[in-house]
Design a protein around this ligand. Structure first.
Ligand SMILES: *[C@@H]1O[C@H](CO)[C@@H](O)[C@H](O)[C@H]1NC(C)=O
Ligand SMILES: *[C@@H]1O[C@H](CO)[C@@H](O)[C@H](O)[C@H]1NC(C)=O
Ligand SMILES: *[C@@H]1O[C@H](CO)[C@@H](O)[C@H](O)[C@H]1NC(C)=O
Ligand SMILES: *[C@@H]1O[C@H](CO)[C@@H](O)[C@H](O)[C@H]1NC(C)=O
Ligand SMILES: *[C@@H]1O[C@H](CO)[C@@H](O)[C@H](O)[C@H]1NC(C)=O
Ligand SMILES: *[C@@H]1O[C@H](CO)[C@@H](O)[C@H](O)[C@H]1NC(C)=O
Ligand SMILES: *[C@@H]1O[C@H](CO)[C@@H](O)[C@H](O)[C@H]1NC(C)=O
Ligand SMILES: *[C@@H]1O[C@H](CO)[C@@H](O)[C@H](O)[C@H]1NC(C)=O
Ligand SMILES: *[C@@H]1O[C@H](CO)[C@@H](O)[C@H](O)[C@H]1NC(C)=O
Ligand SMILES: *[C@@H]1O[C@H](CO)[C@@H](O)[C@H](O)[C@H]1NC(C)=O
Ligand SMILES: *[C@@H]1O[C@H](CO)[C@@H](O)[C@H](O)[C@H]1NC(C)=O
Length: 862
């Protein structure tokens, strides 16, 4: 009896101790792995994983089965950094789930993973895992769900599929580096419900056998390099809800996809052509249809309006012509309607105002004409984004648009809209971005920054606004260039659809103003004002001609270029006697003309208005310096070919910079994207090098005083050059260098507000602002003060302030951008003494490798 009792006691004590021995070995295995991890990364999250708690079942992220054996490890998004090399897979024979998604695990998947015979769920997505999937994967015969997406896994996709068991139902391998082609044996994974192979480099065609995966509900093959046409066998997938094949090289014909369950069909960015396939007309359950960026032509079919459940329709970037069918107004569930970049013509149908759920309306880059229907404003209260840019819309902006109080983005640029901005625009208090450029709009700006606290980007340029006292003073003045013209018809001439892009740019000019002559000029101008007050305008043109004749005689013109003289007569001829037709830009003090000389060389000619600005009188000592300025020669300074110093007609002839100013480039999304990180880093370095040359290599040094995004210009190759030396002055060691504050609002060093003392450090500050603008893609505004005051305090991630229109830079460029950011922030310090010199800046920008830059700089704080 006692023996039996003893045996029972023995059993009772032994059984748990065997289990606890096994549990202990699991605990040791987990602790060994924990030790191999970068402890700074997981910080305190794994504190419960420690020796004093022997059963791992109580540890965070660990689940045990009834036998107290580890069956699930779930450590998603907890900041783990390390490899799986020290993870002892043998120790976990009962593991059914291993979930380590969204950490920073790197290295390869160890071959030992083949010991997890019982694994049903393996999720390692969103890490940094590389290498190929090991052959031992064939041991994972119970695997039902596999998610390895968003890593750097390589290998051929057909080899990879041969490692999977037939019963697998979920495979996500998106965003890796898989190559090869889809195997025709794919049909044997009959349980597959969800297959996502997007964002890899899979080539070849889509095998028809994929039609055998009858339980498939989600199929995503987008963003690969698949060719051929979509196989008609896909029609067999009668449970399919989402089909995505965007961004491949697929060609027509589109098969008759009679898949009534289909909710989402994404076919954008392929090479599909012909009319929009009528085979889609039975997909009544379709809610999202994206056919954008293909070669579809003909008009929008009327059957489209029978797909009444559509919430998302993107036909943009095709060659669709004809009118927008009024029946589109039947698609009352539409939230996004994108028809941009086609050849649509005719008016905006009033029926679009039935789309009361619409949030996004993009009709840009078509040939749509007529006025903006006022119904749109009245009946689309949910509109968030509206882009009607680059069409032929005319008439006034309807009052009713001011009622779309949720509008966040409004682009009406490059149309023929006229009249004022409706006064009730100040109710659009959610507005973040407003572009009204290149229209014929006039009047005053009827709202201020306080009406629209979220406004971060505006463009009012090239209109006829009265902007003398506009209330949006916190924005870069370049948002207002090309306004205040006397002659409204110039806007029509400048309309980009009439000219090719290069010619519409504001051209380059270097201003080297002999100030003594300016003094004289002011006197002459004063006289002219008196005369014109007495006689009024009509004689003006005659007078100008007289001046030109006079100048020819006087030979005051001093123009040269590399191969000899540019003749003044040639310039007069090439600009049609300074006809508005050749005018490519207007600024406060003159107009810029494009002149193609008989030699074929294109130059920019700046013709000054007579100056009223007395501030130039202060610079009388500058007169002697013009020979110095004309000798300034640097790769990144716009070349001055010559100037004419006649008091009544001052001309400058300079290098023509096709791509216009930094402001022009950044304001335009397309051009801003062309201006990639490599080009941006080069531009920053170029500008720095030019300023360093002016400050340190010129004797005496030259201070530019007006470095701004309007004065950095680009040639065809995106080489950045500084221009407009209108306010430049030489720094004479003996003179006081005190001056009236000039420069561009927003770029002026803060100390100038109280010292009036111009030093090189003022340029350094302006350079810092420009560099930040290049990196951020927009005027840095308040970022300057927050960043320069919050060292350490409220830090922000660099990647959040980068121009979001570009992908995050990597490798060498990333380092350059980080260095540029650091340098720029040093340049905008309040205290001029703590700013670097331009010489230090150029050195810092070119020796970035010696600085300590983290491998992954963009996840760190600025
Ligand atoms: C990981 O395991 C390797 C042997 O496979 C060993 O050399 C290394 O020290 C371990 N690393 C850590 C951090 O424990
Ligand atoms: C181990 O974990 C226990 C329970 O979470 C905790 O009280 C103890 O402080 C930990 N010990 C160490 C050394 O971290
Ligand atoms: C799989 O798990 C079951 C139950 O959890 C267990 O009986 C079996 O031994 C495990 N398989 C292996 C190979 O360990
Ligand atoms: C895979 O399983 C076989 C037997 O089923 C075994 O011999 C082999 O060691 C396993 N491979 C790995 C890497 O676990
Ligand atoms: C992807 O694979 C290709 C060749 O297969 C290789 O050249 C490339 O470096 C890989 N890219 C990454 C990010 O691993
Ligand atoms: C597909 O990719 C594989 C491996 O990357 C390559 O060998 C093959 O030539 C490619 N096939 C085609 C048709 O491009
Ligand atoms: C599809 O799923 C159903 C129910 O989930 C299942 O009964 C059927 O066997 C599956 N079909 C295939 C071919 O695996
Ligand atoms: C269409 O969608 C509805 C609602 O989502 C669903 O109940 C219905 O089964 C779908 N029709 C088909 C043919 O799948
Ligand atoms: C439409 O595209 C098809 C295929 O590219 C072409 O054959 C046809 O001529 C085009 N039709 C029109 C009107 O451009
Ligand atoms: C749209 O649907 C209606 C009724 O369902 C049908 O009569 C009409 O023919 C369809 N229109 C087109 C163009 O398919
Ligand atoms: C509206 O469209 C724009 C550009 O096409 C896109 O960036 C934005 O995310 C869309 N808005 C919504 C709410 O989907």
């Amino acid at each position: 009896m006692s023996l039996i009792l003893y045996q029972i006691i023995l059993c009772l004590t032994l059984v748990p101790s065997v289990a606890s021995f096994m549990a202990q070995s699991e605990a040791h295995a987990l602790l060994a792995w924990k030790r191999s991890l970068n402890s700074i990364q997981y910080q305190s999250y794994l504190d419960s994983w420690n020796n004093s708690v022997t059963s791992p079942c109580l540890w965070v992220g660990i689940t045990c089965n009834k036998a107290h054996r580890v069956s699930e490890i779930n450590l998603e998004l907890v900041g783990l950094k390390g490899t799986l090399d020290n993870f002892s897979f043998q120790s976990f024979p009962h593991l059914t789930q291993l979930i380590l998604s969204n950490n920073r695990i790197y290295g390869a998947i160890p071959s030992d993973i083949g010991f997890l015979y019982n694994l049903t769920i393996l999720e390692l997505s969103g890490n940094d895992i590389s290498g190929t999937v090991p052959p031992s994967f064939t041991n994972l015969t119970n695997l039902a769900r596999l998610d390895l997406s968003k890593n750097r896994i390589s290998g051929e996709v057909d080899t990879l599929f041969s490692l999977f068991n037939n019963g697998i139902s979920f495979i996500h391998l998106a965003s890796n580096n898989l190559t090869g082609h889809l195997p025709s044996s794919i049909g044997r994974y009959a349980n597959l419900e969800d297959l996502d192979l997007s964002y890899n480099q899979i080539n070849g065609s889509i095998p028809g056998e994929i039609g055998e995966l009858e339980n498939l509900t989600i199929l995503d093959l987008s963003n690969n390099i698949l060719k051929g046409s979509i196989p008609h066998e896909l029609t067999k997938l009668q449970n399919l809800i989402r089909l995505r094949v965007s961004n491949n090289q697929l060609t027509s014909p589109v098969p008759h996809l009679r898949i009534l369950s289909l909710n989402e069909l994404w076919m954008s960015r392929n090479r599909l052509d012909g009319p929009i396939p009528s085979e889609l007309n039975e997909l009544w359950n379709l809610s999202m249809l994206d056919l954008s960026n293909n070669l579809f032509n003909n008009s929008i079919p009327s059957w489209l309006s029978n797909l009444t459940f559509l919430t998302y329709l993107d036909l943009g970037g095709n060659q669709i012509d004809g009118y927008i069918p009024p029946e589109m107004g039947n698609l009352v569930y539409l939230r996004q309607l994108m028809l941009s970049k086609n050849k649509l013509s005719g008016p905006i149908p009033k029926s679009l105002s039935n789309l009361g759920n619409l949030q996004n309306l993009s009709l840009s880059n078509n040939q749509i004409s007529g006025s903006i229907p006022s119904e749109i404003g009245n009946q689309l209260p949910n509109l968030l984004n509206m882009d009607l840019s680059s069409n032929q819309l005319d008439g006034e902006i309807p009052q009713t648009l001011g009622k779309c109080s949720k509008l966040n983005y409004l682009d009406l640029s490059t149309n023929n809209l006229s009249g004022p901005i409706p006064a009730n625009f100040k109710n659009l208090n959610q507005l973040g971005k407003l572009n009204l450029s290149y229209n014929l709009l006039s009047g005053e700006v009827p709202f201020s920054s306080t009406d629209m606290p979220g406004l971060y980007s505006i463009d009012f340029s090239y209109n006829n606004f009265d902007i003398q006292f506009h209330p949006l003073t916190s924005f870069s003045p370049t948002a207002f260039i090309g306004n205040g013209r006397r002659n409204v018809s110039i806007a029509a001439i400048k309309h980009p659809s009439n000219l090719n892009i290069g010619k519409t740019e504001v051209a380059a000019f270097v201003v080297a103003v002999p100030v003594a002559l300016t003094v004289f000029l002011v006197i002459v101008f004063a006289a002219l004002v008196v005369i014109s007050v007495l006689h009024k305008r009509p004689k003006k043109r005659e007078e100008e001609n007289e001046v030109l004749i006079e100048m020819r005689k006087a030979d005051l013109f001093s123009v040269w270029n590399n191969d000899g003289k540019i003749l003044f007569d040639d310039i007069v001829e090439a600009t049609g006697n300074f006809d508005d037709l050749f005018c490519i830009g207007m600024g406060g003090n003159g107009s810029v003309y494009e002149a193609e000389l008989p030699s074929g060389q294109v130059v920019a000619v700046k013709k000054f208005h007579p100056m009223e600005d007395e501030s130039r009188l202060d610079d009388a000592g500058f007169m002697n310096e013009i020979p110095t300025l004309t000798r300034v020669r640097h790769r990144n300074i716009v070349k001055l070919y010559g100037f004419c110093s006649h008091p009544r007609c001052m001309l400058l002839v300079c290098e023509y910079m096709v791509r216009g100013s930094l402001a022009d480039v950044l304001v335009n999304d397309e051009r801003a994207m062309e201006f990639d990180w490599v080009k941006r880093a080069d531009a920053i370095r170029g500008v720095a090098s030019a300023l360093s040359y002016m400050h340190h290599d010129c004797k005496p040094p030259i201070v530019h005083r007006d470095v701004s995004c309007g004065n950095v210009l680009f040639d065809a190759n995106f080489k950045a050059c500084i221009s407009d030396f209108g306010m430049a002055r030489l720094l004479n060691p003996d003179s006081s260098n005190e001056t009236r504050v000039t420069g561009t609002f927003g770029y002026i060093a803060p100390e100038l507000a109280y010292t009036m003392r111009v030093t090189e450090k003022c340029d350094v500050y302006s350079f810092g602002v420009v560099a930040l603008e290049v990196i951020m893609g927009r005027y840095p505004g308040e970022f300057i003060s927050t960043a320069s005051h919050s060292s350490g305090g409220q830090s922000m991630k660099l990647k959040d302030v980068l121009d979001q229109r570009l992908p995050i830079p990597t490798d060498e460029v990333a380092k350059k951008i980080v260095v540029a950011m650091r340098v720029a922030l040093a340049c905008v310090r309040d205290n001029p003494k703590s700013r670097p010199t331009m010489q230090q800046v150029t050195i810092d920008l070119s020796t970035q490798n010696s600085l300590s830059i983290p491998d992954d700089p963009f996840s760190h704080d600025t």
